[in-house]
Structure formats: C-alpha cells, structure tokens
Ligand binder design. Structure first.
Ligand code: PAF
Length: 280
C-alpha cells in the first residue's frame, strides 16, 4: 500500500491502476479511523480493485468553536487499518498544499444543507462539499463510499454530484455500531465509559420511532415524540434536534406517508456532540 501526499502522485497512481484495467474506489476520511471507516474501505474493495483512502482533517468544515485543533490525528494506526482493510493507497495532503494560497471557490449545496446540522453548524456543509469536490477532482475515482451515519452529508454529496455532473457513483454504506447500539464515530473516543452507556438512549430513541412507524403511524409529531420520550429518560443527553425528514431533501416533513423518510437526531453529551439516524 502506497502513501502519497500530492495530487500529481495520486493521479499518476490512479492512472496506472486504470491502465491495468482496475476500477477505482474512493473513501474520503479525516483519519482517526474506527471499524465504521474500515467497513467503508472493505465495501469499496468489493466494488473496485484499486481503493484510494484520503486522510485529511479539513479545516474549512469546522466552526470557530469546534474541535479542529484537538481532532485526533492517529496516522500510524490509520495506515495499519487501511492496509488491513484492503486499501491500495492513502492520499494524505497537507492543508497548505491542498488548498491553494488565496483559495476563494466554494461549493454551496443550498436547501439540503440548510436544516438539521446545517442550522447548528453554519458553514459546515459548505466546507464538506468544497473539500469533497476537490478530493473527487484529485482522485478521479469511479465510485466513492460514504457512511449512512452522516445522513445529511450523504444527501449533500449526492445532490452536489447530481448538480455538478461529477462522474462518480456514490455508494451508501450502513452504520457500524458499538455493542450497545451507539453509532461508531471518531468522536466516541471523547466519551467516558459512563457516557458511552448513556449514549445508548440515542439508538433506543430511533428504535422507538421506527417501532411506532411499523405500526402504521406516519404523523411526524407522534414519531418525533416517541423518540424524544426515550431521549428524555436519559438526563445526561441534551438533544439539539430530533426531526423526521425527507431522505433526499433533508427537509422536515409533517407526515411520512408516501415518502422515503428518516429520523435524525443530534445530542450533546458533556462536551461531545453525537448524531445518528434511522430510516422510517
Ligand atoms: O465524513 C468525513 O469524515 C468528512 O466530512 C469528509 C467526507 C472526509 C470530508 O472532509
């Protein structure tokens, strides 16, 4: 497995893979890889012989008061994980090289970015869409794998790919969970054992809404209240949002009837912000 730091090196390696007749898969990450990321890499490997993983903690998607500087950097562990999961190459650019000096171009995916995390993390999805567009241009992969855990990010990327005609197929991969049901996230390492146990109320809340939906209830207020009742039973959790949304537009709905919907939750637990979601 190669590790490269520049776009010309990445493009040369991808060109060699193509010449050898290999399809190219791509998994963008910010490092601090856990089993969820490794399952994305394994999925990419099922779909493409040559798999590129990018490791880049993207400064433009963090707000001024967010955890950019303390975001865990664990490159050696990440390298070993990528190799074991079947990656062919890691692309790890420096921010100074990747963003040209004075870069002033942004990709703003309006509408889909507006609600949920977009409301509480202004500029976050503009940073995500811009860096993913740059990474897509750099890697020129046939397909890219994203986790369903970041549901709104997935919808933003799908919309960007559609609107800007990126020649890349987006593959959505299921959320990998801790034994107690909590969605895996790089930020789980900020949680104490007690907090990880408390966080189990989030998947339990999603399950409560799903169970109600299965009985035929499609009223969004009732579905949301079922989830909020479970979240409310764990006082350590401070819900930021709990919404029933259309899967494609991420717009909150009043009823799920005839729509493809999900319930999406964000909560603070101490100083850590956790998100999760489930299809309804
Ligand atoms: O999901 C992430 O880790 C990041 O948002 C991504 C897609 C790698 C862009 O920086």
């Amino acid at each position: 497995m190669e590790v490269v730091h520049t776009i010309p090196e990445l493009r040369a390696a991808v060109a060699r893979a193509r010449q050898a007749g290999q399809a190219v898969g791509f998994v963008p990450t910010m490092g601090c890889l856990h089993e969820g990321h490794l399952s994305l890499i394994r999925r990419a490997k099922q779909e493409a012989a040559f798999v590129v993983v990018s490791i880049f903690v993207n400064p433009t998607q963090f707000g001024a008061n967010e955890d950019f500087s303390k975001y865990p950097r664990t490159f050696e562990d990440d390298r070993r994980g990528c190799e074991a999961a079947g990656a062919s190459l890691i692309f790890a650019p420096s921010a100074a090289d990747f963003y040209p000096a004075g870069a002033s171009t942004w990709v703003d995916v309006e509408g889909v970015s507006a609600k949920l995390c977009g409301e509480f993390r202004p500029g976050h999805f503009r940073g995500v869409a811009t860096v993913v567009a740059m990474l897509f241009n750099a890697a020129q992969a046939d397909l890219a794998v994203f986790g369903r855990k970041d549901l709104q990010q997935l919808a933003v990327i799908r919309r960007m790919v559609r609107d800007l005609h990126f020649p890349v197929r987006i593959v959505a991969h299921d959320t990998v969970r801790e034994p107690n049901g909590v969605a895996m996230s790089s930020r789980n390492r900020y949680l104490s054992a007690e907090q990880l146990a408390q966080a189990a109320a989030i998947p339990a809340a999603l399950a409560a809404a799903q169970a109600l939906a299965k009985t035929g209830v499609n009223d969004a207020v009732r579905l949301r209240d079922a989830a909020l009742a479970v979240l409310g039973s764990q006082p350590a959790l401070k819900p930021q949002y709990c919404e029933i949304v259309d899967l494609e537009t991420m717009a909150p709905v009043t009823s799920t009837a005839g729509l493809r919907c999900a319930i999406a939750i964000a909560c603070h637990l101490g100083t850590t912000r956790l998100i999760d979601n489930a299809d309804l």
